[in-house]
Design a protein. Structure first.
Length: 135
């Protein structure tokens, strides 16, 4: 398999490790690949994430805790679209990602999908979850 050339990159403000753990719990085939943390006298807060990567359904996603303060966060204008294989998978992921988040589109049947949901999680990242069509 070719090495992935384009990675979604999520920048948090001190919650990157918590977010990764949350995402790995929300999806069956997800795992933390690596995590590197700031040490003493480095640019970021000691113990925060300098750089990390995790996978969701084989897609590698990178993240960091920003070492500089900023006014911006995540926007629903860009989201992670995940095709789920089973009803149980989409129900579980939607439930986990919705906790303390905002449901943008409830998990339901839509003209474009037999089961779809869109949620902004408690970290501000938006997820579109779609159940694969069976043929």
């Amino acid at each position: 398999m070719d090495k992935q050339k384009v990675h979604p990159f999520l920048m948090f403000s001190g919650t990157a490790e918590e977010a990764m753990e949350h995402y790995v719990e929300a999806f069956n085939d997800a795992e933390v690949i690596y995590i590197s943390k700031y040490g003493p006298d480095e640019a970021g807060v000691e113990g925060s994430v300098m750089q990390a990567a995790f996978t969701v359904k084989g897609q590698e996603i990178m993240c960091i805790d920003s070492s500089v303060g900023h006014e911006f966060g995540f926007t629903p204008g860009i989201s992670l679209f995940v095709t789920c294989d089973t009803e149980d998978e989409i129900d579980w992921a939607f439930e986990k990602l919705s906790v303390d988040g905002i449901v943008l589109m409830p998990l339901a049947e839509y003209p474009f999908s037999r089961k779809f949901g869109w949620v902004q999680d408690k970290f501000g990242v938006t997820w579109q979850l779609n159940l694969v069509e069976l043929t």
